[in-house]
Design a protein around this ligand. Sequence first.
Ligand SMILES: [Mg+2]
Length: 265
Amino acid sequence: MENHALQNIDLYLFDMDGTLYLGNRLFDFTENLLAKIKSAGKRYMFMTNNSSKSVEDYIKKLATLGICATRDEFITSSQATAYYLKKYHSGKTLYVCGTKSLKKELENEGFTITEDTEKTEVIVMGFDTELNFAKLHDVSYMLCTRELPYIATNPDYVCPTEFGSVPDCGSVCDMIFNATGKRPVVIGKPEPLMPILAMEKVGVAPQNTAVIGDRIYTDVKSGLAAGAVAVLVMSGETTKEILEKSPDKPDFVLESAAELGEYIK
Ligand SMILES: [Mg+2]
């Protein structure tokens, strides 16, 4: 892809950790970059696979780092899941193996949430930091005994923490697969639904949209799948070795998202 592609971006979809900050440390360039995008009359959104936190939780998290964000600047796997559910399973009763935050988000979108396995019409798996065995039992029971739509907010195996990682939605779905032989429909990155939803909301075409992230197998893949300009930044978890070995090639590779600023006029 030619360099002018980066000059024609009207919508920037940013991964957060590894792209705009690392853990609890904001990158030096982030505030300036976001301000530059805004003053050029362009839009940015924060895109996350993490379905354990609500948009309000993320607004608070960014505020502690010094970034003032609003509700409509986020696209989360919870929102994309709600969008998918409204499109394909409108008005259905959901069993949600996820946090109170995720349940509230889906309730706000008009869905009824139940813990009654007999009333369940759709099973939704999230990054459930409130997971217990009763939920694993219920989900396994429903998948073994009935044919129900089965959806997962995100495919990540682990979520990074200060000390290393904890199991994420994908790992729990593997436990369920071992018990039931069933795999869910996955919503978050690397699937294209989050960027597609963001482009629809803002009304920007794929060729004028950049998906920027530090992971090839989630961020870059979702950008490529959505037909957007896929930008890999080397400020997070991808090394040169990983990039060389990857079958998926980003449209652009930048040392960090700071370099985007050079193309914003
Ligand atoms: Mg990241």
